[in-house]
Design a protein around this ligand. Sequence first.
Ligand code: C5P
Length: 235
Amino acid sequence: MTGSSRVWTVVVAAGSGTRFGGPKHLADLAGQRVLDRSVATATGVSDGVVVVVAADQVVDITATISADGVTVVAGGDSRSESVRLGMAAVASDAEVILVHDGARPLADRVLYERAIMAVSSGADAAVPAVPVTDTIRRIGGGVVDRSTLVAVQTPQAFRAEALRQAHDAGGDATDDASLVEAQGGTVMLVDGSRDNIKITNPEDLAIAHTLVAMRSEIPRSEIPRSDTPPEEVSP
Ligand code: C5P
């Protein structure tokens, strides 16, 4: 695989947003819809982008999406089904396919590039991940050793053939790397970002507003990187 390999991204946004109380990808985030922010970054790093939305939103999103050259298709009843429907619109000569949750509007270009790089260097799948900071307890009792856990994000990148084989086998999972792994594919973890939150509950949108404001108002060099510990300050 070369640095010029054809890269496509499928942005899935066909969920009903039950926990949010409506379609979260249509919510305004500092003057732009959540979905438009997610798609803008995807188009910047991809040769082609497919956006998957609920069937009754296809006409409206096609007419109003702010990015050019994007294909909008109808999704399915589960996330995995929506990914499969989106993949059907990906060019057959794609070498790397990324899958991104439309509900993660703050994924930046660096995250995409990290994941693409890992696939270009030989992984079947590359998954951005961040350490778990809460103590995790099983409902039935017992605490899980969090040092063995990471929280997984999107964009996830795949060798196109590995992702196609995984989805051809069917199955449902909360992410695509699980399906690739179930077919024997290799999954590489890359650094995710704490900023890359998934808008799930209404308060997530308020947090995202704050993160957008920090990005635009404070020079980037002065924002502490979310994936490195803060510098020690002497007393
Ligand atoms: O609900 P969940 O957090 O798993 O959703 C992750 C992403 O998958 C969201 O962007 C959502 O819109 C999308 N999704 C989808 N089709 C579904 C369910 C979820 O495209 N049927």
